[in-house]
Design a protein around this ligand. Structure first.
Ligand SMILES: Nc1nc2c(c(=O)[nH]1)N[C@H]1C(S)=C(S)[C@@H](COP(=O)(O)O)O[C@H]1N2
Ligand SMILES: [Mo]
Length: 321
């Protein structure tokens, strides 16, 4: 029984990164259950050609967008894919890497609803090809006080929004994560309101930095990082960047967002990184980069003030946290 889990994964859904995690898990399990012979067996399976073919298929074509990238050194793939927040797969940082193999990322569709000329549905492979993929090395700042640097692959959300043809009534866009407790066991708990929802004001969503993200380190996203498609909003706290999105809803009024529903005095709609506004229970002045021990000063808008500050001119960022 112990070895059933990895065998359940259809091979078509194994990405190299998630395979790294699930194979590693398999090897540990196998070593315990069956002894060293099983490990040797698994090693042989790893070198078989079908998996090599899948690894090639998971690679994405892209060009580096240097203008929108930081020159800071990215965290390793291991750091980025084993230290995660994805409450659908548990609340510990190590839980998503252990459990997100349960997510089936194909077939997958993304639907467009609300204030648009015509509602429509995109297949994930069609969506991935809507615009050329760019690699952008972005800083990521979690509201909990840690940060990383990540080489994402995607294109500006604005490319997609233009295709959606929102009406003049569309003032905000909400993005909605998959809801399926069988694939997302965390949804059987009440730790958050499900599905996970987030959103942006339309001008924020149209900003070139707002990334519709399909990959990491040159390959499709590991499940635990929000496969097959997620948002990346580098000037905002990480919780704005919803994962495993199935729906975009264009709306007239500011949409509800998950962490704001959960704790409104702690998590606002804007969630812009702001060292001058403390979280009610802790300071936001400094952060620890994963892999480092010293604390760094947190920068206004996570270092993207030059690009995004004008979106908020005239707004009280203490009231609009
Ligand atoms: N659906 C969903 N999206 C989510 C979360 C989540 O729990 N569920 N966590 C958020 C938080 S708090 C952070 S910091 C980032 C983490 O993304 P990463 O694991 O790729 O670093 O995802 C965000 N998106
Ligand atoms: Mo976060």
């Amino acid at each position: 029984m112990l070895i059933k889990k990895p065998a359940d994964i259809p091979s078509s859904e194994i990405t190299p990164q998630s395979a790294y995690v699930s194979r590693r898990k398999f090897m540990v399990t196998a070593a315990v259950a069956l002894g060293a012979a099983a490990v040797a067996c698994n090693k042989a399976a790893e070198m078989a050609s079908p998996q090599k073919a899948e690894a090639a298929a998971a690679k994405l074509q892209f060009t580096r967008n240097s203008a929108l990238s930081t020159s800071e050194k990215p965290n390793s793939l291991k750091e980025i894919s084993t230290y995660n927040n994805f409450y659908e797969y548990g609340t510990d940082k190590s839980d998503p890497a252990e459990n997100a193999w349960k997510l089936r990322t194909r077939p997958w569709t993304v639907s467009i609803e609300g204030e648009v000329k015509k509602p429509k549905t995109y297949d994930i492979d069609q969506l991935t090809k809507l615009a050329p993929l760019e690699e952008r090395i972005y800083r990521h700042r979690c509201v909990e006080g840690w940060s990383m640097v990540m080489p994402w692959l995607g294109y500006s959300l604005s490319n997609f929004i233009k295709q959606c043809e929102p009406t003049s009534k569309a003032k905000y866009v909400q993005f909605v994560t998959l809801q399926d407790p069988e694939q997302m066991p965390g949804q059987k708990t009440g730790v958050l309101d499900w599905p996970y929802v987030e959103g942006l004001r339309m001008d924020e969503a149209m900003h070139p930095l707002a990334l519709l993200c399909f990959g990491l380190y040159g390959e499709v996203l590991p499940n635990q990082n929000g496969a097959p498609v997620r948002m990346i909003l580098p000037w905002k706290y990480g919780f704005k960047s919803g994962k495993s999105i199935v729906k975009f809803r264009f709306v007239e009024k500011q949409p509800p967002t998950t962490w704001n529903i959960s704790a409104p005095s702690e998590y606002g709609f804007y969630s812009n990184v702001n060292p001058a506004v403390d979280h009610p229970r802790w300071s936001q002045k400094t952060e620890r980069r994963i892999g480092e021990f010293r604390r760094r000063d947190t920068l206004m808008f996570n270092g993207y003030a030059g690009q995004v500050a004008s979106l908020y001119s005239g707004m009280d960022l203490r009231a609009n946290y």
